[in-house]
Design a protein. Sequence first.
Length: 203
Amino acid sequence: MNRVMTKDEALQDLLEQHVFDRWQFDLPEIDERYRQEKELIEQGFLAAFEAVCRQAAKLQEEGNKGDIHYVYISFMRTSIMADTAEYRIDAYDENWFLDPEECASYWSADFIFAPLFRRMGELGETRKAYARKITSMDIEKIKLIEAYKYHLLAVGWIQGFVPSLIESDAYRQMGKSAKLQLFVGEYMDQSELLYEASGGAVQ
């Protein structure tokens, strides 16, 4: 007679059979969607970035914000639970996180995360075969862990798009520090530097 699996064994089996390394099989789908929707995806990201720059310029004209020193593109983990994969773009003056004037916009990286959301939906059905040993909360935890892999893909894509951001009209017209820094990472958490102005004259 087969021994009934414990919860830990059931979870390990689920991970081995349906989760580990599965994200790699999503890469061709992500690449294909980007190829098909390249212009729309790039325009959407640029529009979100420029919206922040225009907000900052308006606040500066009103005397409510100094030159921009930091721009953060942040992964919003909370959005993953709603299957939206939102990134928040914030512009801060010299006060950094203490900047009293919020200046932000949002961008959805759905073209990267859509396969994850679909797989996690399927996993929610698969868990039922484990006799209630695996809960919906377990699936949510797996989803957040797996989402980080897709976030790294998004970081790589954003990194390649930086030249287009700093050449945009809205960015050029915004008042900014000669040593402005652009970061990408998790909201109010660990981030990596994507770009730092040379320190010369800023237009």
